[in-house]
Design a protein around this ligand. Structure first.
Ligand code: LLP
Length: 418
């Protein structure tokens, strides 16, 4: 690979996260363990903010990418808002110190209690995804004498993004309302009691490397906002969602300045504030998953390294065929090709197939890179495995920000007769 991600560097033949040796964390905290770099997160946020300088813009960190409250606090401190998609994420964001006014509530299937909570917290904006949801929100708002500020999430018919499951801007997916229905829905929103339409919204997908889809979505949403305004409905915000791509092989990734240029042009033309909801771009390169080699073996010519982490902790390699480089913590040149796999009882349980690695020994520590986004949050207890610990490094200090689950906790909610 070209280089290490933002959160890592090599010192005296060993991988370190900021000033802390990964081997120290591996020994003290145990494996598997997610390790995040606070400095890397801050650096990513500053770079993102810089790309949009000059455009009226607000950043709402997408909590789904990594919901650990220690990280949420960092984003709040940096001045970000939070983009949430469930009651759980809303409560997390509030507990991490975000005010209701700093929260955008999105998601394709909000329950009544979730809409109620959005109203109770008086969130900045609710992104609604159907006429029925809009009507439900109106009724709930009227019942409590509140007003919900809303955007309608429109499906702009733009196909962009990485894996098919992360492409959300075209009609073969469930997201948003049809482009051709949007204006009528804004007419309805303006008439409904308890509803104040304030913005237009789209999120076209995730792992997008080209700036062109963003140019298109900005332009189209700007035009839509203009058309809606012509009907006498004053809109102020243009929410383009998240999706900024992060390469896992090193390199720069999406040209955020070019997206910023498009945002500067459209916000000036339509007098709107642009809202962005990045998740992955801010946290993926700031985190790794630390694991240990349990066993080495051969099946015929195929070399396998079985580790103590797998698809239960990081599902992305098997679910999206995502490439997450696996690096040895004690540095050594790659000398062989092997499959680095997990302990889960599924043939699809792997970290990296055909991976170039040094000859590994049992007990060696490995770092799985670009695991700061959609890593821990998508982990499961499959095979009754407790979820991994999470560690936050700041300078030459680190702390456990979520301890490893215990097996007792996994069974605690089960209700048996005896
Ligand atoms: N806003 C909305 C409405 C979203 O649905 C998402 C992601 C984001 C913002 C943040 O997108 P990001 O900047 O992180 O790309 N589990 C998949 C990614 C799913 C993304 C879902 N929505 C993965 O591991 O690749």
């Amino acid at each position: 690979m070209d280089g290490l991600p933002d959160c890592l560097h090599e010192r005296e033949g060993e991988l370190c996260c900021e000033g802390v040796r990964l081997s120290e964390i591996g020994t003290a905290v145990g494996t598997p363990c997610y390790v995040y770099s606070e400095t890397a997160v801050r650096g990513r946020y500053a770079a993102l903010a810089e790309a949009f300088v000059g455009a009226p813009c607000r950043v709402f960190y997408s909590v789904k990418a990594n919901h650990n409250r220690a990280l949420l606090r960092v984003f709040r401190e940096l001045g970000a808002g939070a983009d949430v998609v469930s009651l759980g994420e809303l409560i997390r964001a509030r507990r991490a110190g975000f005010a209701g006014a700093d929260i955008v509530f999105g998601g394709v299937g909000k329950r009544v209690d979730e809409l109620e909570a959005a109203l109770a917290e008086d969130v900045f904006m609710v992104n609604v995804e159907s006429e029925s949801e809009l009507r439900a929100l109106s009724e709930l708002a009227v019942a409590r004498g509140a007003t919900a500020r809303v955007a309608v999430r429109v499906n702009p018919g733009i196909e962009a993004g990485g894996h098919a499951y992360t492409r959300t801007g075209h009609y073969k997916t469930k997201f948003g309302v049809a482009w051709e229905d949007a204006e009528a829905l804004y007419e309805l929103a303006a008439r409904l009691d308890g509803i104040e339409p304030i913005g237009v919204d789209a999120h076209i997908g995730s792992q997008i490397f080209s700036t062109e889809p963003y140019r298109q979505v900005l332009q189209r949403l700007g035009e839509l906002a203009g058309a809606i305004r012509a009907r006498g409905i004053e809109l102020r915000y243009l929410d383009i969602g998240g999706g900024f791509g992060v390469p896992h092989e090193g390199g720069a990734g999406i040209d955020l300045r070019a997206v910023g240029d498009a945002a500067r042009a459209v916000t000036a033309e339509y007098k709107l504030t642009v809202l962005v909801e990045p998740g992955r771009w801010l946290v993926a390169p700031a985190g790794i998953l630390l694991a240990r080699v349990l066993y080495a073996k051969n099946l015929g010519d195929q070399r396998y390294y079985v580790t103590d982490t797998g698809s239960n902790d990081l599902v992305r390699p098997s679910y999206y065929s995502a490439h997450h480089p696996v690096e040895m913590v004690q540095r050594a040149p790659a000398t062989e090709v092997a499959d680095v796999v997990g302990p889960v009882c599924e043939a699809g349980d792997f970290l990296a197939l055909g991976c170039e690695v040094p000859a590994l020994r049992e007990g060696d520590l490995l770092a799985v890179l670009y695991a700061g986004a959609y890593g821990f949050v998508m982990s499961s207890n499959y095979n009754s495995r407790p979820r991994a610990a999470e560690v936050l490094v700041s300078g030459d200090r680190y702390r456990v920000v979520r301890r490893r689950e215990t097996i007792e906790e996994l069974m605690a909610a089960e209700e048996l007769d005896d």
